[in-house]
Design a protein around this ligand. Structure first.
Ligand code: 13P
Length: 337
């Protein structure tokens, strides 16, 4: 199959009107933090057990169309010896892989960060494809301060995202392009809107320069939100600002926009997705949530075999409510049903 046909097939398998992506690609330090919260040791077997639980949740494929895995998980098997990528696909959930290697300070630009991992990416992708991965994810982060992100920071991050996306598409792997403007700080929603617009503008300029086919990628952005330490904004303000930015800078050729949750609570992330979909746009507006899908699962599970069913129910509940929010049909009262 030609690489463009392969990517189109992956988009067809991942993008529809009711499902979203589960981000389960926490790096070793991040999953340790999540397990610390439930007093569970982060060893290879516990990570395998947990991620098997997520992927084996009966019926998950009704609401989830793709899962982002960490490199270690892609090489792991369930108790019956089936590779976890195959377990995902048995529920029609497309397996994908986080390929970036985390952030480092951007030299010459205090406060800005850039993401590592381009060296050797092309070779690594070949291994991931053999292991069943059909899409990839790369995240650049943008802290907001009075001076960040700088113009250099915005440019350097866009360049890396586009370079990564071009390498993926060369091998028929659909790139998830994730520029995350962070929620930390005291800035207001207007400042987040201004930065998000600049960031996305630069990202799409770089994607064009690198010849990335927009039809064969997925955008994973932040919503336009006030900083965590600022006053809150209501879901309508958030949705209006978010869609306003996208209309200005995200071409309609991009098939799907799948939000990160970025520190919103599970309920907030669903309410805001609902509000965004009530306005709508030419793109599908869905999720690629990590914390906002998994936090209730970890709380229910606590690392105990006896809690597996409760954990699965918690995952299905959030996945289903987000699926309703995709149609603008979610109500807070549904949380207690
Ligand atoms: P959150 O939804 O927890 O922000 O995670 C999504 C993700 O993949 C961040 O890179």
């Amino acid at each position: 199959m030609k690489t463009s046909q392969k990517m189109q097939q992956t988009i067809n398998d991942m993008v529809d009107d009711h499902r979203g992506i589960l981000a389960a690609d926490e790096s070793a330090p991040t999953i340790k933090k999540r397990f610390d919260d439930i007093n569970l040791e982060s060893n290879e077997d516990n990570r395998r057990t947990y991620r098997t639980l997520l992927l084996e949740t009966p019926g998950l494929g009704k609401f989830i169309s793709g899962v982002i895995l960490f490199e270690e998980t892609l090489g792991q098997k369930n108790a019956a010896g089936t590779p976890l990528a195959e377990v995902a696909w048995s529920q029609k959930i497309v397996p994908g892989i986080k390929v970036d290697k985390g952030t480092e300070p951007l030299a010459g630009s205090p406060g800005d960060l850039v993401t590592k991992g381009l060296d050797g990416l092309s070779d690594r992708l070949k291994t991931y494809i053999d292991q069943g991965a059909r899409f990839a994810k790369w995240r650049e982060v943008y802290p907001i301060t009075t001076t960040n992100p700088t113009r250099l920071g915005i440019h350097a991050n866009a360049e890396r995202l586009a370079h990564y996306a071009a390498i993926c598409q060369e091998q028929g792997v659909v790139p998830i392009v994730e520029p995350e403007v962070l929620m930390d700080g005291e800035h207001d929603i207007d400042r987040c809107e201004e930065v998000t617009e600049q960031v996305l503008f630069a990202v799409f300029q770089a994607l064009r320069q690198y010849g990335v086919t927009l039809e064969h990628m997925i955008l994973k952005p932040n919503m336009v939100l006030p900083g965590k330490d600022c006053r809150t904004a209501n879901p309508n303000e958030i949705a209006e600002a978010t869609i306003r930015v996208f209309r200005r800078v995200v071409p309609a050729a991009v098939p799907s926009i799948n939000f990160l949750s970025g520190g919103q609570s599970p309920e907030e992330a669903t309410i805001n997705l609902n509000a965004v979909n009530q306005i709508g746009g030419p793109w599908k507006l869905s999720i690629s949530y990590g914390r906002a899908l998994q936090q209730p699962v970890l709380v229910a599970w606590q690392g105990k075999p006896g809690n597996v069913v409760a954990a699965e129910i918690a995952l299905l509940k959030r996945a289903r409510l987000n699926s309703l929010a995709r149609k603008g049909g979610y109500k807070s009262s549904m949380e207690n049903e």
